[in-house]
Structure formats: C-alpha cells, structure tokens
Design a protein around this ligand. Structure first.
Ligand code: MRU
Length: 344
C-alpha cells in the first residue's frame, strides 16, 4: 500500500523482529512498532495495534516464528504449544489467526529433533503464509474489479483495506483495482462505531490513493439506499462457513439486509485464509465481545452515561441468503458454492 508516497505492508519480518504499522494511531500519526517476543505480539493483537482478519493471521504466524526462535531446546514442543494457544486466544472470531498460527506451528514441529532447522522453517513458513495472503488479496482485487461498473457508488463497512491484510486489502483491493483501471467510482465509508475503522483507516487509505469517497455515520446508510445512491456493497469477512454465512464487523448484517430490500448487490471479498471448512453455519462462529469502555469513552473521556452498562459485540453474522457473491482469489462464487470451491 502507498502511504505518504512510500510502499508498505502492514506486517513484515526483518532481522529476527516483527514490524507492524501502528493502526491505533492512524490517521493522526504514522508509526511502526517492533516486536521480538510472541507475548508482545499477542498483546498487540489484543490491543488492536494490528487488526483485520488477514493481518492478524500474518501477525500470529510471525508471532509463532518468534516463539520458535526463542524456544529452549529442552522445551521446544511445549514452548511452541503455549505460544500457539496464547496467540490464538487473543481474538476469537477471525479464523485467519488460528490458520496462520497453526500453519507455522505444524511446519516447525515436522523438523523436530533438528531444532536449528525447525526454527528456520518456522520463519520461512510465516513468510510464506504472509506472502500468499498478500498475493491472494491482489488476485481477488483484480477479479472483483471486473464487477464494478464505471460510475459505481459503493458502500463499504469497517476497514477491509491493505491495513487489515498484509497488503492490498479485500473489499478495498477490489476498489483499488477498479480505480487503477480508470473506473470513475465513489465510496461511501461507514464510520464503524465504536472503533471507527471506517472513518479512520478506510478513509485514510482512500485519501492516500486519491479515490473519491465520503465518511457517513453508520446509521446514514439507509438514507443513501432510499435515495437510490448506492449501486453495490462490498465488505470483507472474518470467517466464512461451509453454508456461506459470514462473520464481519458489527453492523455488516444490517447493511446486507438493507441491500437485499433495495435490490442492491452485496459482495464479500476474502482470501483463502478466511474460509473455515470446519464451520457448518454462522451460529457456530464465536463472536468476540469487547470492553464496554470502547462504547462509552473516547480518549478516556465519557461520551455516554457513565452509570449505564453497554454491550459491545465486535462482529455479527450475515446469512448467506443476503450475499450476492463471494469474491475470492479463485473467482466469484455464490456463498453456497464458495467454500466447496476453495477446497478444490
Ligand atoms: O475488529 P477488526 O478491526 O479486526 O475487524 C475487522 C473487520 O471486521 C474486517 O472487515 C475483516 O477483518 C475483513 S477485512 C480484511
């Protein structure tokens, strides 16, 4: 992705350290953070310094690589097992995290008892996972761009951009590639309460690349559907089940229902690592519940009645019946057919 005229990935490994863009600071500041232990990486995922399903998948994979580099010889297997469990426990909904962590864990274990080799393989496997994730996102962006008509007005929710992935994005990869093809597009950016990933991160990415857009409050989408000013919706996903149900940022479901009522296509864009072939249906997806303070306070100051409790589910489920198509690196499929096609 381009930031201030320079190319970045959101997450990468360099000289035995993990480097990540600090997503909690954007757009007010741009800074990088460095990590040399898996526990630091786990804390960064919890605090959402890195967030977005494919980005936390790659961060988790590199966290496992750091664990393999640090694991004592006598306790190699047990150390890796606790690192794996700790990293996976940080955020429950995005399946990319457990897929990335498990991939590096299993790759390293295959080379026991040759521990120097196992450590090297862990780093190689994490890089391979991250590179594939970035390639998948570019591929799906190029495929999805064909769906976008010149003049399209697109609604997106949360940040499904390069920041949420290793690079390129999911929904925003489609939007970027359509823009690169010279299509004249306009993007409505849901602000995405309570952490404002849309207003802060998606708006930042679109501005950096000169893509026309405007931020709207989460509750304004219905108004623009009613005015017939939205031609399609594209979001990312945190987990896609066998029956085509998906989990994504809280508020996605209501946008899908609105799109259905207004007969507007609703697309989900996702790389291979977002498919959970062990998950039969949306009801099986664990939903992360975050701290009520995210709703009640901003920068430490209350904006809600301090004495009232608040409920803060971070994701919701959009049933397959409201999804027009899933844009994947292998093509665009109906939600019912997408998971099967990802296995072939
Ligand atoms: O809580 P977040 O910011 O990690 O949630 C991110 C989303 O919901 C994205 O839409 C999703 O990860 C898919 S984007 C690549």
């Amino acid at each position: 992705m381009q930031i201030n005229g320079k190319q970045y990935r959101s997450v990468w490994f360099e000289q035995g350290r993990l480097i990540m863009i600090d997503q909690n600071k954007i757009p007010y500041e741009f800074g990088l953070k460095e990590y040399s232990t898996y526990l630091e990486v786990a804390a960064a995922i919890r605090e959402m310094t890195v967030r977005g399903a494919p980005a936390i998948g790659a961060a988790g994979a590199f966290g496992m690589a750091l664990a393999a580099l640090a694991a004592p010889d006598q306790k190699f297997r047990a150390y890796l097992r606790s690192a794996r469990d700790e990293l996976i426990s940080t955020r429950p909904t995005a399946v990319d995290l457990s897929i990335g962590v498990q991939y590096v864990y299993e790759s390293a274990l295959k080379f026991i008892p040759d521990l120097p080799h196992a450590r090297q393989v862990a780093v190689l496997a994490a890089n391979e996972f991250a590179n594939k994730s970035a390639d998948d996102c570019l591929k799906l962006g190029r495929i999805g761009a064909e769906l976008i008509q010149d003049g399209a007005r697109i609604l997106t929710h949360c940040n499904a951009g390069a920041l949420a992935t290793v690079d390129h994005g999911t929904a925003l990869s489609v939007i970027r590639e359509a823009h690169k093809l010279g299509k004249n597009i306009f993007v409505y950016v849901d602000e995405t309460r309570p952490r404002f990933q849309g207003a802060r991160l998606t708006a930042f990415e679109l501005e950096q690349e000169g893509i026309p857009h405007a931020i709207i409050t989460d509750s304004a989408a219905g108004f623009y559907f009613w005015k017939e000013q939205i031609d399609l919706v594209i979001t990312g996903a945190d987990r896609i089940c066998l029956n085509g149900d998906i989990a994504n940022k809280i508020g996605t479901y209501e946008k899908a229902v609105l799109a259905h009522v207004h007969e507007v296509p609703f697309y989900v864009a996702a790389p291979d690592s977002t498919f959970d072939l062990a998950c039969a249906k949306g009801k099986d997806i664990p939903i992360e519940i975050r701290d009520e303070d995210e709703i009640k306070r901003i920068n430490g100051s209350y904006l809600a009645n301090p004495g009232s409790p608040a409920l803060n589910p971070a994701f919701d489920i959009t049933p397959a019946k409201y999804i027009t198509g899933i844009i994947t690196p292998k093509g665009v499929f109906t939600p019912q057919e997408a998971a099967q096609r990802m296995q072939s």
